[in-house]
Write a protein that binds this ligand. Structure first.
Ligand code: SF4
Ligand code: SF4
Length: 250
């Protein structure tokens, strides 16, 4: 017993200081992109067409990016030519799908829920995670939120096993045909009022599985989405930031 207490004192307090202080992420982390304005119409069309995930578009010479489709892989001529540069800003989550479409406008971060919903969920939010056909990286990074550095429970947010005990779903994966029925049944089992969160490029728009005949392009056509968390996978701080914004805690 004494050894346990001694070890506990030696380890000290490991929980991160977020949200009081912004997290220090590694330099290689790719967050909110900025878009160069100096392309000719031909260059713009060329780099936009080169994204294999259809995340880029072009209006005259203005490059546009869909954060819901982008995998933040930086493996494209747009990134190589400096037309697209990724910042270290992990704050990406939004409430509306159209807010993930960026060109020269400022990124609109997620608004909080209305007063009634915040009264219900602001201090205690239970979520059922549904893996609807992803690669497991999104699920792993949501799992990280339960570890001592992030300690999701200190915000009153928990993942629960049963949808009947949940206030909403957090969905990962593009929704394969095999998972569609299970997802819809799980959603139906959550009592009203309920929230739906799409976490990761697959759940938002299909990710690398986009337009596969075996998968839907995310949950947008199947369920009403309250929060979109971009990334492939989203960084745990991106998810935590989005959840706290939704609850009006940031
Ligand atoms: S970073 Fe990857 S997904 Fe995003 S625009 Fe470039 S190639 Fe497409
Ligand atoms: S968004 Fe990326 S990390 Fe998440 S399930 Fe899809 S492929 Fe995997």
């Amino acid at each position: 017993m004494l050894n346990i207490v001694r070890e506990r004192l030696r380890q000290g307090h490991r929980t991160g200081t977020f949200p009081k202080e912004a997290p220090k992420l590694p330099e290689r982390f790719r967050g909110l992109p900025t878009i160069a304005q100096n392309l000719t119409p031909a260059e713009c069309a060329e780099v936009a067409a080169a994204c294999p995930f259809a995340a880029l578009g072009c209006s005259d010479s203005q490059l546009q990016i869909d954060l819901g489709r982008c995998l933040f892989c930086a493996d494209c001529p747009a990134a190589a030519r400096g037309a697209l540069t990724f910042s270290g800003d992990y704050r990406l989550a939004v409430r509306k799908r159209e807010d993930l479409l960026l060109e020269d406008k400022a990124h609109r971060l997620a608004d909080k829920l209305d007063k009634r919903m915040r009264k219900l969920f602001g201090r205690s939010l239970k979520l059922r995670q549904v893996s609807a056909g992803g690669c497991n990286a999104c699920e792993a990074d949501l799992n990280v939120l339960g570890t001592l550095v992030f300690d999701l429970g200190r915000f009153g947010i928990q993942f629960v096993a049963s949808p009947r005990h949940a206030d909403g779903l957090i969905v990962t994966g593009a929704v394969t045909e095999n998972m569609k029925g299970a997802l819809l049944e799980t959603y139906a089992a959550v009592p009203e009022p309920k929230l739906v969160i799409a976490s990761g490029a697959c759940a938002i728009a299909g990710g690398p599985f986009r337009d596969s005949p075996e998968a839907h392009n995310g949950i947008g056509d199947l369920l009403p989405v309250d929060l979109y968390i971009p990334g492939c996978p989203p960084h745990p701080y991106t998810a935590l930031d989005g959840l706290l914004r939704l609850l009006g805690r940031l």
